[in-house]
Design a protein around this ligand. Sequence first.
Ligand SMILES: [Zn+2]
Length: 239
Amino acid sequence: MNDAFAALLIVQDHDIAIDQLLYRREHLACRGELDAALNEARQIMPQFQALTSQQAAVNQEEQRIDDEVQRLRVKAEGVNDKLYSGTVTASKELQALQADFDSIRAHIATLEEAELEQMQRSEMANAALEPVQARLNALQAEVQRCQAAIVDGEREVDGLLEAERANRVAAAAIVGTELLQDYESRRTQNRGQGAARLIHGTCQACRLTIPATEVDAIRHDDSGRAWYCDNCSAILVVE
Ligand SMILES: [Zn+2]
């Protein structure tokens, strides 16, 4: 057999290495880890959103009560000022002012109690949100780590791919166009085995044993024609 067939085996070795690198590139461990982190974040998100809006509602209500208390305090102060200003002297009117003042103070006291309850609700809402927020932050960091690892992993594999492809081009130049095309079409049809080493009369692609006379004929054929495995149709190469 001539050099073209030996070079064909080298081309195939590079093709196998390229396929393995492409598989490795596609199945980097960090891709799975990224998917897992994104999935968990997606699952947590509705809970996070519910807790966030709950917290916002509690805070809003607390603020509303607080604003109302402030407004009533100003109002109570006004009534109080009027009560002791000396401008109002009629006892009926003074009694009415006092009653007004007492009623405002009572309203404030009720609101302050409600405000206290609201503050407790706010603390509970914060406590519920905190671990969910912490988990989301951790997942975000994990996503960033995975994305960086994917970039690094791809860069590493791409460097190896580039070298394999360059070496394949060099070997393919020795093989020649016709034999190369024959090999490529057989490789596509035969699960990646376009050429097969023939070792001790056995096709290394499919393990078929070739008769000794045929092996001998292949070994001594310098015509450049290709011999094929009857079983898997790979181009047989005797090294
Ligand atoms: Zn075979």
